[in-house]
Design a binder for this molecule. Structure first.
Ligand SMILES: CC(=O)CC(=O)SCCNC(=O)CCNC(=O)[C@H](O)C(C)(C)COP(=O)(O)OP(=O)(O)OC[C@H]1O[C@@H](n2cnc3c(N)ncnc32)[C@H](O)[C@@H]1OP(=O)(O)O
Ligand SMILES: NC(=O)C1=CN([C@@H]2O[C@H](COP(=O)(O)OP(=O)(O)OC[C@H]3O[C@@H](n4cnc5c(N)ncnc54)[C@H](OP(=O)(O)O)[C@@H]3O)[C@@H](O)[C@H]2O)C=CC1
Length: 293
């Protein structure tokens, strides 16, 4: 039996949740956006508005299309607003305890047929699914940042994920105009199993004094043709998220090669989380980013 998705709930209105809400609404889905406070939801909606306005100013979208897209996104301060959702995608912080609590509170508010997706970057989909009342209807739907721009969605089945859930997810990814890759449910899946150790190594390179922030980023931008240097990318992803992913790799694979760099830990402890707090490996508080080392 095929499952048709019309309304999508999104939990977490940060950079990923906001991006997912935007692309889903732009593809014709009704979207309900949740976060821990109305203030956070409104900040997410304001970012979406700004992104769409930029597309209008570049001539990629008309003012009328922008209005239609925004009208499809409603604010969902409580999970009761998800009672008619066909799929809810969780995109809250990369913290397993928080995600477990979200799923426990979410399930009673959903209709029995609703699917649950998680945008986790690294955490076991099978383990997260086991905290719900519907592991067969649970799946990893891992969008890349920035969501409106990046082509890939990594899809991860948990041990119990049904074929119907997978096919409904595939149809959604295709309708949104993205490409899908399938990863097995191991720590960090494919993208972050490869990308995050590279970023962590760049931070070790900085920590050991092999290069400055600028020289490391220039080396990888011009020497390996990466669109962003690894430290610039770490700031873009969020240093808290980078550290959480490295911890999941380190603990889940029990190999010292995944040890998070102590300098990454220090930045997170300082609350220097990258662009979202306006300070990380670069200081973004002035006119242009200035390296902090
Ligand atoms: C951690 C995880 O779990 C997984 C991950 O996501 S890892 C991170 C994966 N992402 C990356 O590696 C991103 C690497 N960086 C890049 O690809 C590029 O630097 C970039 C696409 C972000 C920006 O590209 P750029 O050429 O420097 O910038 P720019 O020309 O200003 O932007 C290109 C387009 O992207 C859009 N864009 C840029 N940043 C954006 C953002 N944050 N949100 C929405 N749109 C954005 C611009 O509006 C522009 O759109 P148009 O083509 O419609 O005009
Ligand atoms: N950043 C990236 O490049 C990528 C991240 N991801 C994954 O996406 C998820 C979100 O990351 P990202 O958007 O970057 O993070 P952000 O920090 O930008 O956003 C997370 C949002 O979730 C909110 N939040 C925290 N707890 C709850 C809760 N209980 N209920 C609802 N909302 C909550 C946060 O509020 P507050 O700030 O108040 O805590 C914040 O607004 C993570 O699992 C991450 O690993 C996946 C792909 C790429």
């Amino acid at each position: 039996m095929s499952i048709e998705i019309r309304k999508v709930g999104v939990i977490g209105a940060g950079q990923m949740g906001g991006g997912i809400a935007q692309v889903a609404a732009a593809s014709g889905y009704e979207v309900a956006l949740n976060d821990i406070s109305e203030e956070r939801i409104n900040a997410g909606l304001a970012t979406i508005n700004g992104n769409l306005a930029r597309q209008v100013s570049k001539g990629h979208l008309t003012e009328e299309e922008k209005t239609l897209i925004l009208a499809r996104i409603t604010s969902a301060p409580t999970y009761e607003h998800f009672n008619d959702a066909d799929l809810v995608i969780e995109a809250a912080v990369e913290n397993e305890d928080i995600k477990r609590k979200i799923f426990q509170a979410l399930c009673p508010a959903l209709k029995p047929t609703a699917l649950i997706g998680t945008n986790t970057s690294s955490i076991s989909v099978t383990r997260l699914a086991s905290t719900t009342d519907r592991p067969e209807q649970f799946i990893g739907i891992h969008f890349m940042n920035p969501v409106p721009v990046m082509q890939l969605v990594e899809v991860i089945r948990g041990i119990a994920t049904s074929e119907e859930t997978f096919e409904a997810t595939r149809a959604l990814v295709e309708k949104i105009g993205k490409s899908l890759t399938v990863a097995e449910d191991f720590p960090g899946f494919i993208v972050n199993r490869i990308l995050l150790p590279m970023i962590n190594e760049a931070i070790y390179t900085l920590y050991e004094g092999v290069g400055s922030v600028e020289s490391i980023d220039t080396a990888m931008r011009l020497g390996a043709n990466h669109p962003m240097g690894p430290l610039q990318l770490a700031d873009f992803i969020g240093l808290d998220t980078c550290l959480s992913i490295m911890q999941v790799l380190y603990e889940g694979l029990a190999d010292s090669k995944y040890r998070p760099c102590p300098l990454l830990v220090k930045y997170v402890e300082a609350g220097w989380l990258g662009r979202k707090t306006r300070r990380g490996f670069y200081d973004y508080r002035g006119e242009k980013p200035v390296p902090t080392r």
